[in-house]
Design a protein around this ligand. Structure first.
Ligand SMILES: *Cc1c(COP(=O)(O)O)cnc(C)c1O
Length: 357
């Protein structure tokens, strides 16, 4: 007799909900750390021509060799480091999890942080150990070191800066974790374009360090390209679990095109940093609001009543992300992606009315 899916699917998968992406149709979309900027029209036309030349009847170059060299040049990846490409950095996290999921192996990550570390641990059958951040979202270094000593994790994830809190951890504390960890340490620099520090210069020379980045937050979320830089030994093993054609030909071509015009994306990132400061300042001026320092393209703030402010923004056509209820440390916290000047003005107008100044 046939049995339903629930008879076959692993209980830990049955127990979770699907990753929920809110329907943003018709809203000013400030919930997912996307860049508000599209390609300038002249570049869009040129990209169209470039994509028209792509041989879509052929499988992509399985190694993505040309693109890796161009990434190295564009982003200061050391000569000694090797590069792994992923269908978004999400896929790189998946590959790491798959490669390391020996029976009994564990993952350590601070909490709250990027949810995919925990999700992928669950998908691959790794034990997940979450170590709470302090109340002001700093690393609890003694607790992290204790967890590392107790669990001997196969991998430690550190988002630098952290999502969803926006702050960047102390460099010396990250260094102490890299030093103490027996296994791989992933420094996830998804927000590097908006941050004041990076571990990239150590990729390839510190053996257990893997620096992971993405083009997504830079204005290219739709093409899905992430990359990791690390020592040859680690990259070679992770590369074995990578699907051979994981980066499609259109993404390869679009990414190469984008790297030729990196100045455009850098200017956009600079504009977003300036807008971030305006948004943070406006939020800080609202009664009862605590703004957390951000080195990302979003601002996280604790407000007196998160559901009410979320609803007020939504009612005026603005979709942000509520973090309230997702972790005890995120009580009444909201995450605002930094938008264009017009979008941010719309947010400020709602804040003005809501807080009544
Ligand atoms: C957005 C984000 C990613 C995922 O980026 P993709 O390359 O789009 O998959 C990875 N890590 C962190 C911390 C993020 O915030």
């Amino acid at each position: 007799m046939k049995q339903s899916a629930s008879a076959w699917v692993r209980p830990e998968i049955l127990a979770i909900g699907a990753y929920h992406v809110a329907d943003a149709t018709g809203y000013i979309k400030l919930d997912a750390m996307e860049s508000p900027y599209r390609l300038p029209a002249s570049l869009a036309v040129e990209l169209g021509r470039r994509l028209a030349d792509v041989a879509i009847n052929r499988y992509p170059d399985p190694s993505g060799a040309g693109l890796k060299d161009e990434l190295k040049r564009a982003f200061g990846i050391p000569e000694t480091a090797q590069v792994l490409l992923g269908n978004g950095s999400d896929e790189i996290i998946t590959l790491i999890s798959q490669a390391l999921a020996r029976p009994g192996a564990s993952v350590v990550a601070p909490e709250p942080s990027f949810v995919m570390y925990k999700m992928n641990a669950l998908f691959s059958g790794l034990d997940y150990v979450g170590v709470p951040l302090t109340a002001d979202f700093r690393l609890d270094l003694p607790a992290m070191l204790d967890a590392i000593a107790a669990h001997q994790p196969a991998v430690v994830y550190l988002a630098y800066p952290n999502n969803p809190t926006g702050n960047r951890f102390e460099r010396a504390e990250v260094e102490a974790i890299i030093e103490a960890a027996p296994g791989l340490v992933v420094v996830d620099e998804a927000y590097q374009a908006f941050a004041d520090d990076s571990f990239m210069e150590l990729a390839g020379s510190v053996d257990n360090l893997l620096v992971v980045r993405t083009l997504s937050k830079l204005g290219l979320a739709g093409i899905r390209l992430g990359y990791a830089a690390g020592s040859p030994g680690w990259i070679a093993e992770l590369d074995k679990v990578r699907p051979p054609y994981n980066i499609n030909v259109l993404t390869l071509a679009a990414a190469r095109f984008a790297l030729e015009h990196l100045a455009v994306f850098d200017e956009q990132a600079a504009a977003l940093r300036a807008e971030r400061a305006r948004l943070a300042e406006a939020l800080a001026g609202c009664a009862g609001v605590t703004v957390f320092p951000s080195e990302a393209n979003f601002v996280t703030a604790r407000v007196p009543d998160a559901p009410a402010l979320f609803a007020a923004l939504k009612q005026r056509g603005i979709l942000i992300k509520t973090l309230h209820g997702s972790h005890p440390l995120l009580d009444h916290c909201l995450r605002f992606t930094v938008g264009s000047p017009d979008e941010n003005r719309a947010v400020l107008a709602v804040l003005n009315d809501y807080f009544g100044h």
